[in-house]
Design a binder for this molecule. Sequence first.
Ligand code: ADP
Length: 616
Amino acid sequence: MSEQNVKTFEYKAEMKQLLHLIVHSLYKNPEVFLRELVSNASDALNKVRFLRLTNSDIVDSDAELKIKIEIDKEKGTFSIEDTGIGMTEDELVNQIGTIASSGTLEFIQKMNEAKQSIDGSMIGQFGVGFYSVFMVTDEVTVETRHAEAGSTALKWTSKGENSFSIEESDRTARGTKISFTLNDEHKQFAEDYNVKSILTKYSNFVDFPLFIGDDKVNTVQALWHKKKDDLKKEEVDEFYKFISNDFQEPLDYLHLAIEGNINFKALLFIPQVAPPNLFMDTREKTLQLYSSKVFIQDDAPELLPDYLRFVKGVVDTEDLPLNVSREVTQSSPVMTKIKNVITGKLLTMFEDWAKDDKDKFMKFYNNFGAMFKTGLNSDFTNKERLTELLRFETTKTEKGDMISLSAYVSNMKSGQEEIYYLSGDSRESIERNPNLEYFRKNDIEVLLLSDPVDVFTIPYLFEYDKKQFKSIDKADIKLDDDKDETDKLGEDTKKSLIEVFKETLGDKVEDVVESKRLVESPVTLVVGKEGMDPQLEKMMRMMDQKHAGSKRILEINTGHKLIRNLSRIHIADSSDPVLRKTILQLFEGAMLMEGHLHSPNEFVARMNELLEKATD
Ligand code: ADP
């Protein structure tokens, strides 16, 4: 080809400035050029695939749709070739080489003035992704032949910054080949394994085979683009294992193809078991984000509410600009819309399990319930749906069996107006709590909260079905007076005995009162109006050794033999040391049950003294 057939074009002033900034700014990750080139190739292949559907009269109509990368370590050269739609001369001039969106330059200039380093991945969103190659090379050649029958192949070359030139090329194959020599600082992109490892991350689900030399690097297809019915369980399971590094199959998955207001496809997985450090590990990956099948981020936590962050999977949307940066996705309303749809769909799936597949639901609940419940504190839109999904053991369920709040309410006895609960470390320890005695005797069901998260969530539900939640550890609980007064002490006797208790315990307690809730035990500790749930207090103490804790109210069972014995001693000889020692012992025994006896030595010494008397 003769020299005069080479056409040279000056970049527009705006483009020149932009290129200057791209080449001379410091980029955090030059490797984005790979993603940009692969995603452009994939776009071109998508276009020709579409064209082929309606038009068989195109160049190389039967050619395999693929992307091929060739690197030469010795020479430091790199090329990427696709069998896509190619470019016409007009496109070479007007698509490549022009800033698509206005305002781009000002934006980048501002970033530069503010000395903010420009993240390479931002280039893509301005529609000048192709130019990211100038981060790794000084001169680029593009050879391309458009798919249209009879098209002329063209060669485009540029050193960036000032101008580009176009001439005819002797290429015959359809598609585009981009080649360049890597500059000295970026020779690592001529290393096979380097390029491979970057590309497996970025392009594993590009819908076309991608070769480096003769090796195909992307193995997994974009499963989420298949129709729901065409998805095979085995391939979905494999895919899950691939993205999650889990060795087990998922508990279940959700395939979404949403169209309308917001458009995206998603494959979402619920693992079978929670990772051991679910609450601690923030490095745990959530959802991968794709834009039109091209990988964008391997963790997009903004696509899920925090309480569902155990969900794994992929979201692929056309509603984000291709290769959008993390900064943009984080604040994009598109992400929020997707998150809302995903949340709703996941809740529907859980609701379906709860209704039709209780085993699956309980497996899920036992593994992820603790995290799931934190949604009650954060997702007010879905609070009611979350509340319906709660499950609890109760005083009436077998160990391990759980019921919903609606089941609890329908079991409520006539006249019961509140939902009762009691918290503790384990079902066993809660069941030993004397505060349950009244409820057991009167056959009233009580929720047993043994999950540490419960004390942070359940009290803040306040009510369900217009019934308030009430801890039966609290002093202000409404209890019917026991009609059976025969064994109880007279009013004056009671009053005077309570005085001795108060005087003996002093400021160790908030108050001493007669109990309505005890049946078998002589005393119990309850929480005053201002006091904190004992379980919550225990946790505070774990975090802060010096946490003082609120004082308890001591309730005494005036129908209990031991209390009546004390009353007898009090009347006969109020100065008898056994009286005060026994009162202290009863109080400390109750503290011991709660798990914070301050001086076990004194407690045991006093016990031995009393035993000695009893055996005298
Ligand atoms: P964007 O892809 O965001 O539009 P680019 O600068 O990466 O911005 O590409 C500009 C345009 O150049 C593309 O829109 C496309 O029309 C064309 N192009 C780039 N690479 C190829 C390719 N491999 N095959 C065909 N056209 C391409």
